[in-house]
Ligand binder design. Structure first.
Ligand code: SF4
Ligand code: SF4
Length: 252
């Protein structure tokens, strides 16, 4: 994760500019993304994702595809989506490791000899219905679209990191080049054209399911109807829109 101090001068200049030109950049961003397909009607959708834990093989193709699609830096500590490997030992203790970091460093954590089971958990922004990241942003650079996606307006973002600290899922990072907050958008530029997010498209085992939460005929609706589902950190009242099936109780 980038820990360089923010450029104070550009921060102050940006803040002054935003105070002089209130709200409008966010609306423009939303219009531009939605205009990727002029037929696209955001009001007709409300998106979510399903993840089938028992189908994820930990290949990491989703992480690679996301980086390629969304100009996420190649370094292993920047990601919009990532895959964690959970190893449970004979004392029922869980060890968690981000696969991307492990592939980069060659290190493995945990006591492999005592491991009794392991599984993979893909993670990403939960596109929360009650998002703390939106609440803390001092300039409304982070906002929620009518189709339920949380986006960041790079022109408004100050790089203050409040949203990064507020997200309880570690789903945001500061882009090292743009110096603005970045995170998963469900590939908004793709879904506005009727395409699936890149991670969903490349997954060889269909572990990820993308769709409309309010459409009765969607694959996501069927997945939700047919499976016992869990969401991450439900006690925080963030109302995630990423739903997991076959999620182990050790996952946090
Ligand atoms: Fe798991 Fe699919 Fe990602 Fe591979 S591409 S790590 S199977 S979610
Ligand atoms: Fe915001 Fe984090 Fe929720 Fe995504 S997962 S909407 S970044 S609080």
């Amino acid at each position: 994760m980038d820990r360089n101090p923010m450029d104070r001068r550009s921060f102050v200049e940006k803040l002054i500019a935003l105070l002089l030109v209130p709200l409008g950049g966010a609306a423009a961003l939303f219009r531009n993304a939605a205009a990727a397909d002029t037929e696209y009607n955001p009001a007709g959708h409300y998106y979510g994702m399903g993840i089938q834990i028992d189908k994820c093989i930990g290949c990491g193709r989703c992480v690679e595809a996301c980086k390629d699609e969304n100009e996420v830096p190649r370094e292993p500590f920047f990601f919009r989506t990532w895959v964690e490997r959970y190893s449970i030992n004979s004392n029922n203790e869980a060890t968690v490791q981000n696969l991307d970091e492990r592939l980069a460093t060659g290190r493995q954590q945990g006591i492999e000899a005592e491991q009794v089971r392991s599984f993979f958990v893909p993670k990403l922004c939960n596109q929360c219905d009650n998002p703390p990241c939106v609440q803390v942003c001092p300039v409304s650079a982070t906002f929620k679209t009518v189709d339920g996606i949380i986006l960041v307006d790079n022109e408004r973002c100050l790089g203050c990191r409040y949203c990064i600290q507020a997200c309880p899922y570690g789903a945001r990072y500061l882009h090292p080049v743009r110096k603005t907050a970045d995170k998963c958008t469900f590939c908004y530029h793709r879904i506005a054209k009727g395409l699936s997010p890149a991670c969903v498209e490349v997954c060889p085992s269909q572990a990820r399911i993308f769709g409309d939460l309010r459409t009765k005929a969607s694959v996501l609706t069927r997945f939700r109807r047919m499976n016992k589902l869990h969401r991450l950190k439900p006690s925080l009242n963030t109302e995630p829109k990423v739903f997991y099936s076959n999620l182990d109780g050790e996952v946090r």
